[in-house]
Ligand binder design. Structure first.
Ligand code: GAL
Length: 766
């Protein structure tokens, strides 16, 4: 699963969100949650109903097999279960035509057999008589995040009604976690809800005169059934508990028709949730869905100049220097600098500082930014020494948005958006290509030039030009490779060409290299062994030291061998502490709230990397969708990453940046926490039920604090300030709202919505 991520649909189709409301007593489904047996081998005989699986081990289907003692490596596993399918299922059903096997999510590929016959493969039903072939596992994209629902006609002779049936699942994992894992497995007949599709388009709202408007579509996909029922819409302010809107719509949707529903409710600037519930006749599962309403907390940007973060920047002696002063405010703006080290020049129109410094030293440069409305002056500390990445890198990476469909144009479009949408004015500077720029490993084309130099594929016609174009904007250029022969996506990588590739990257103007373990794992005896992990990373480090420019070195090996303990020794400026992130609360939170053991190892020049951001339009391929994190979860994501001093790499389509996401990414008081020069990673100081309090010490002696609510309901929480080491009165400032909240003595009380955060800065008073 860490290799590739399946394409998501553009419009979120919510018809899969069936929640079982009051059962009517009649059996409407057969649970398949337990009694599964497992073997980590492959043999098509395992599909046969009479195969003797007595020696197989029991397995749970609510977690992947690697969490149950089996390997995370590439390989097969088989699951079997014996189950009686009662004919009462079809007698009681509303729609009597088919039987559905709901098998949840399977990581990565699957073939499903009923009584020895193949009935489905990789999310699709197969024709009766289909024979299983091994090709099911040789696909470009994994299906690890997709629901498997296979259906058979009720008259299909492969179903043995009222008798024992054997269901067998053949799973192939191409790396990382593997197996059947989402837990809610069952057999049922479809009901009318199967034909109703709710098109909600999460994240898309319009606001007019402080009223928010939302439109949804209800589509009847059936060709012969009319859908009758009700839709209840409720909009609630989660902080006050006030209902902002509630209405019951009666539904009568003819076959193949749709119904549009539009409603308005007042804007609150507070956490707000819309709940949708469709009810049909008794006994039919209702459909429930909820979505958060984006609410912007970041105050509007001032037109006067404001110099933002980072305010400290390092480069090595004699290496090309490039730094774009992050300053917001109305353009045109004039920049000036006092105390620039010899060798650097400032472009007074763009604020780009460039050149080369031949003298080691720490230079406090007085920067002024001026426009017709005013001026701002701040100190920028330039450190010419041995270290780079003095604050966590901030930028964009192509993976979470484009996956392997990244192109040169898409990368340059991201760079341009950094400037045009103002992100560069808030410190966003690295524009990084992830996997997919090299020649595909299985392609017949030569992977390298006759002299061994790595070639780009045709989506990247001119890498040097791309680097130059990005630099011309004052931004930095990043690239990706692997110490193995192939990247995770199966493209050519650096094995055996490390020194040459580093030189080529330098020639192209690369400023950042993400070096992803991928296929190198196959060359290791034990992928957790530190002794085996260090050499490939050390080798590339040596190669990077030899080139004529500074290249930020990003180790990507998913936290194996506690990389935080040795990452800095092999020259790493950042290292991934986990497997891949994706846009679900469970995934983001399980990564973000588990960074404690690596915390002591973060600091200027070397950072723990809990993976990239999952806000905005993401997709890991051509088809993008709006992040599935609610607005509160997104506030948590950015606040937590800032407190963790994490590298901030946006992974969304910057052409399609909505106001909410833009504001989330350009709150300078929040970004200042991430970019704080002390570089101390926050740790949890209180864990109290669903509440976790993170504390980060800052260079100015203040404290940044995040109070997170990991629970499912709004919570009022009173923090005892003594417990976090604050003995005297203090001033507390809300960082998202950029507002002082007042002077506090012994306690501080805040109301936090489900999965939300209160992020503050605490100023000690004398
Ligand atoms: C994964 C890595 C991802 C992405 C992907 C590319 O191993 O963790 O961040 O780089 O490979 O194939």
């Amino acid at each position: 699963m860490i290799y590739r991520i399946q394409i998501f649909a553009f419009i979120v189709t919510l018809s899969i969100i069936f929640l079982c409301l009051g059962q009517t007593g009649e059996k409407s489904l057969v649970e398949l949650k337990s009694d599964w047996k497992f073997i980590n081998k492959d043999n098509l005989e395992f599909a046969r109903p009479d195969y003797n699986d007595a020696n197989w081990k029991s397995i749970r289907v609510d977690k992947t097999w690697d969490k149950q003692g089996y390997s995370r490596n590439e390989g097969f596993g088989w699951y079997r279960i014996k189950v009686v399918i009662p004919s009462s299922l079809k007698e009681n059903a509303f729609l009597k035509d088919s039987l559905i096997f709901h098998l949840g999510k399977i990581d990565d590929f699957d073939q499903v057999f009923l009584n020895g016959f193949l009935i489905g493969e990789n999310c699709k039903n197969v024709h009766s008589g289909s024979k299983p072939s091994n090709a099911f596992k040789n696909l470009e994209n994994s299906y690890w995040n997709e629901e498997r629902n296979y259906s058979l006609s009720v008259n299909d002779p492969r179903i043995k009604w009222d008798q024992e049936n054997v269901l067998a699942i053949r799973v192939y994992n191409w790396g990382g976690p593997g197996g059947v894992y989402s837990g809610d497995l069952y057999i049922s007949m479809p009901d009318i809800s199967k034909y109703l599709e709710l098109e909600i388009k999460p994240g898309i709202f319009t606001t007019h005169k402080q009223m928010i408007n939302k439109k949804i579509l209800l589509k009847n996909k059936a060709s012969k059934y009319t859908i009758d029922g009700t839709l209840e819409v409720t909009v609630k302010n989660n902080i006050t508990g006030n209902k902002l809107f509630t209405k019951n719509y009666s539904l009568h949707i003819k076959p193949k028709k749709q119904m549009e529903i539009a409603f308005d409710f007042p804007e609150t600037k507070q956490s707000t949730t819309i709940k949708y519930e469709v009810n049909f006749d008794k006994g039919i599962r209702s459909i429930k869905y909820k979505e958060g309403v984006p609410y912007i907390l970041t105050p509007p940007k001032k037109p006067q100049p404001q110099i933002n973060y980072p305010r400290v920047y390092g480069e090595r002696v004699g290496k090309p220097f490039l730094f774009r002063i992050p300053a917001s405010g109305k353009r045109p703006m004039k920049f000036s600098a006092q105390g620039l080290p010899t060798g650097l020049t400032l472009d007074t129109e763009t604020g780009i500082i460039s050149g080369k410094v031949m003298q080691k030293g720490t230079y406090d440069v007085k920067i002024t930014a001026q426009n017709e409305l005013g001026k701002d002056q701040k100190t920028l500390r330039i450190v010419i020494g041995d270290q780079i990445a003095l604050t966590p890198p901030m930028g964009w990476n192509s993976w979470n948005v484009w996956g392997l469909s990244v192109t040169q144009d898409r990368v340059y479009a991201a760079a341009k958006a950094f400037v045009e949408k103002g992100l560069a004015d808030h410190g966003w500077s690295y524009v990084n290509i992830d996997d997919g720029w090299e020649i595909y490993g299985e392609s017949k084309e030569p992977k390298r030039k006759p002299n061994g130099e790595i070639r780009t594929n045709k989506k990247f016609p001119d890498m040097k030009k791309l680097g130059d174009d990005i630099h011309a904007l004052g931004l930095k250029f990043g690239i990706y490779s692997s110490p193995g022969p192939l990247t995770c996506g199966g493209y050519t990588a650096s094995y055996g060409h490390e020194f040459q590739d580093a030189q080529t990257f330098a020639k192209w103007g690369v400023d950042f290299l993400k070096y992803d373990l991928c296929s190198y794992r196959k060359m290791m005896k034990d992928m957790h062994s530190v002794d085996e992990l260090i050499p490939p990373y050390q080798k590339m480090n040596k190669a990077l030291q030899k080139v004529n420019r500074d290249i930020v070195y990003s180790l990507c090996e998913y936290g194996l061998g506690k990389v935080w303990e040795w990452g800095a020794k092999v020259g790493g400026n950042l290292w991934r502490t986990t497997g891949d992130i994706w846009d679900s609360w469970d995934r983001m939170a399980s990564i973000g709230f588990n960074q404690e053991q690596a915390a002591p190892y973060a600091g200027p020049g070397h950072w723990n990397d809990p993976d990239m951001l999952v806000v905005g339009w993401v997709g890991w391929g051509e088809n993008l969708h709006y992040t599935k994190l609610t607005p509160d979860e997104q506030y948590t994501h950015i606040s937590l990453w800032a407190l963790l001093s994490a590298p901030l790499l946006i992974g969304c389509d910057l052409q399609r940046l909505d106001d909410f996401t833009l504001n989330l990414l350009t709150n300078d008081e929040v970004l200042a926490i991430d970019q704080d020069p002390l570089g101390k990673q926050a740790i949890p100081v209180i864990k109290d039920g669903d509440i976790q309090v993170y504390k980060k010490e800052l260079a100015d002696g203040c404290i940044a604090m995040g109070i997170f609510n990991l629970g499912k309901s709004t919570t009022k929480y009173t923090l005892n300030l003594r417990k976090i080491g604050i003995e005297q009165k203090c001033k507390i400032r809300d960082l998202w709202r950029q507002q002082d909240l007042g002077i506090f003595g012994a306690t501080f009380t805040t109301i936090i919505p489900e999965h939300g955060v209160t992020l503050v800065k605490i100023f000690k008073t004398k």
